[in-house]
Design a protein around this ligand. Structure first.
Ligand code: PTJ
Length: 265
């Protein structure tokens, strides 16, 4: 039994926060196996906080962004899904399925370099069924202009027209935009630099986004290019982020009332 199973077993399924704790333990286990960077734990905690004030569900606003993202990826000539430690630890199986249904290769791209991390993530993805994984062989990598962090080292991303960047830091999104690539971000923080720079920002938890994207891909694959283009053209990222912020404000207002009704001070 792995220590992750031990920790998961410590949380009864009836626990009101079972789902959230389950993913927390996946991140902890990922860190022990080198998949997740130490800072990945903190990033996850920040994500949890935003998820909490979004009601921990995929909102209708996020669904619109997911539909536009899938249509964009289906229309792309050279799409790539960028994979970091947190994403690999949270839902590797669904990630591989998404890559297959979209025909969008997976490329490992890490912010925090540490000996053995790429290998650990490669193993997780292979175990999940991935056949081809990019971003592994240093000889095949080139460096992106305008970026100093470790994320500058890319393989297929260098020539991609659309790049999906789940749980990203702002610098690379900005660099990718300057290189005229379309960027699809998944970020629970609707006002992060990544969220604001991306062409399409899905403000939702990656653990819910990927299964939803798989479902929507199967549906949108039936559409012709004209209809896919119409979905993309009807999407307005700025408006979508504004609507998300409104949802957060509404949620907090409602919770404020509920909290004060329950607890009589
Ligand atoms: O594996 P590496 O080395 O590439 O490093 C990955 C992390 C995530 C540690 C690195 O990219 C990082 O430090 O990211 P940031 O700058 O903390 O940004 C991560 C963003 O992802 C934050 O805005 C979080 O709110 C958001 N986030 C965290 N967990 C989730 C999330 N968004 C969607 N789903 C989540 N589960």
């Amino acid at each position: 039994m792995t220590s992750n199973e031990n920790q998961e077993n410590a949380v009864p399924k009836s626990h009101p926060r079972y789902e959230s704790l389950k993913y927390r333990h996946k991140i902890i286990e990922g860190m022990k196996n080198l998949v997740v960077a130490e800072a990945g734990l903190i990033a996850h905690g920040r994500g949890e906080c935003f998820d909490y004030i979004l009601g921990e569900k995929t909102t209708e606003v996020a669904k619109k962004a997911i539909e536009a993202a899938v249509a964009t990826l289906l229309l792309a000539d050279r799409p790539v899904i960028s994979v970091n430690g947190n994403v690999a630890a949270l839902n590797p199986n669904e990630l591989v399925i998404l890559s297959n249904v979209l025909n969008a290769p997976l490329e490992i791209n890490l912010f925090y370099h540490k000996e053995g991390r790429i290998e650990a993530i490669k193993n997780v993805l292979q175990k999940a069924g991935a056949i081809e994984i990019y971003g592994i062989d240093p000889k095949k990598m080139i460096e992106l202009d305008g970026l100093e962090s470790n994320r500058r080292k890319v393989e297929l991303i260098a020539n991609a027209d659309v790049v999906m960047v789940p749980l990203e830091d702002g610098d690379r999104t900005e660099a990718l935009k300057k290189l005229k690539k379309k960027v699809i971000a998944v970020d629970l923080n609707p006002i992060s630099r990544t969220a604001l720079w991306a062409d399409i920002t899905i403000v939702d938890n990656i653990v819910r986004v990927i299964p939803e994207m798989i479902k929507i891909t199967k549906k949108l694959k039936e559409l012709n290019k004209k209809r896919l283009n119409a979905i993309v053209n009807n999407f307005n990222n700025k408006l979508n982020i504004q609507e998300t912020l409104d949802l957060i404000l509404d949620y907090i207002q409602r919770q404020k009332k509920i909290a004060f009704d329950i607890i009589k001070f």
